[in-house]
Design a binder for this molecule. Structure first.
Ligand SMILES: *Cc1c(COP(=O)(O)O)cnc(C)c1O
Length: 399
């Protein structure tokens, strides 16, 4: 059957070997999925989820009990006081943007403590000039870079002793960078250190790609706000769009008033029939994330065996679903991405090419044969076309 897919015996052999070598990791991943599944099930039961919550509203969206229950369930699962889970949040970047504009006022300063945030935030913050950026509204931006993949705790503490920074942000997943993703332990450590010198600064975590990879989310270790996309981990490959913001009640209220209308906040926003998908997506998410992590672990081992530099290694503790493979060669990188496309269930006959994507500085190639456009919880592989030609592979909803 593999032969019919055009896969050579020699490669099947190597895949079988890699599969044997990652057995223990798969066991570990199953355990994490089990714990997260229990967390989700308990939340559904606590809020008496029933069929009536699957119905949606239209128009203004007043009295949407399904939507309100979804938000309570997300808050419960993520260990936060409140959450905003909306189809009107059009992407992860939009949710991050809403949160930043909700928290920051002219004259305020935001501080990124793991170097530059995700590429699509460049124009939001004003790192790349844009007349609608935070910078254009008078919000100042500073960053402290990681040192050898670790937070520069001394510089962070020193900067935050002066109580003039309004918001600290960090990004759990590496995004399109070559740094390591941030473990829960190192985020907890830096949050504890920040709280030693500053009680008031708002701590926000871009949690995209991180949910359910571990048994704890950054909100349980002191983050005030966490944010992610529903076409990634928590949507379980089922939710067609949307994002979430979870955290302290007063901050979620500010985010809601930024997303909708001051004075109306969480009370409005029709769910338009998406409620059942959001709930089912969350129910599947622990297993789906486990499938993604297993795929990453397997690819890491197989490609390492084939002589490529991979990160993380197959047996490293993971904090997100991203696997990088360094090709050191533009053509090999493009070929790999095209191979991922070819092996996908949708658009398998398309051949992806690098293009100038809105929001990104380098040309980007994106392989995604997904049911939902841009859904990177489904098997997908993206790469900015720049040295040393690294592919960022993630997702897969069934394994
Ligand atoms: C995907 C991602 C984003 C942006 O989310 P979109 O839904 O693609 O806009 C932000 N940060 C990280 C780390 C991401 O992985």
């Amino acid at each position: 059957m593999y032969e019919e897919l055009g896969i050579r015996d020699e490669l099947i052999e190597k895949a079988n070997i890699a599969e044997q070598e990652v057995k223990e990791e798969f066991e570990r991943i199953n355990k994490i999925a089990e714990q997260n599944s229990i967390k989700v099930l308990k939340a559904f039961q606590k809020y008496n989820l029933s069929e009536m919550h699957f119905g949606g509203t239209t128009g203004y969206g007043y009295g949407d009990v399904g939507r309100d229950t979804i938000e309570s369930i997300f808050a419960e699962v993520l260990g936060t006081e409140d959450a905003l889970v909306r189809t009107q949040l059009i992407s992860g970047t939009h949710a991050l943007t809403v949160a930043l504009f909700a928290m920051l006022r002219p004259g305020d300063t935001m501080l990124s403590i793991n170097g530059k945030p995700y590429d699509t935030l460049d124009e939001v913050i004003g790192i790349t000039p844009n007349s609608s950026s935070l910078k254009a509204y008078g919000v100042k931006y500073e960053q402290i870079d990681l040192i050898a993949n670790e937070f520069d705790v001394n510089s962070i503490k020193k900067r935050l002793e002066k109580q003039d920074v309004k918001l600290v942000c960090m990004q759990r997943s590496r995004g399109y960078s070559t740094r390591k993703s941030l473990s829960i332990e190192s985020m907890k450590n830096v949050i504890d250190k920040i709280r030693e010198v500053n009680k008031n600064v708002i701590i926000m975590v871009d949690n995209c790609y991180g949910e359910f990879v571990d048994v704890v989310e950054p909100s349980s270790i002191g983050a005030d706000l966490i944010i992610g996309s529903l076409i990634k981990n928590l949507g379980g490959g089922i939710v067609p769009n949307g994002a979430y913001i979870a955290g302290k009640k007063d901050l979620i209220s500010l985010c809601a008033e930024r997303l909708t209308v001051p004075g109306q906040g969480k009370e409005v926003g029709a769910s338009l029939g998406i409620n059942k998908q959001i709930l089912q997506g969350l129910f599947f998410a622990p297993q789906v994330v486990a499938s993604s992590v297993k795929t990453a672990v397997f690819a890491s081992k197989l490609l390492e065996n084939l002589g490529y530099k991979v990160d993380p290694k197959f047996n490293e503790k993971r904090t997100d679903i991203v696997q990088t493979i360094q090709f050191g060669d533009k053509d090999k990188l493009i070929k790999f991405c095209q191979g991922i496309q070819k092996g996908s269930p949708v658009d398998s006959n398309s051949i992806p090419e690098p293009w100038d994507m809105p929001g990104y500085t380098d040309k980007v190639i994106m392989a995604a044969g997904a049911f939902t456009q841009g859904s990177s919880i489904e098997l997908s592989c993206d790469a900015p076309i720049r040295e040393p030609f690294i592919a960022f592979m993630q997702g897969r909803i069934n394994i």
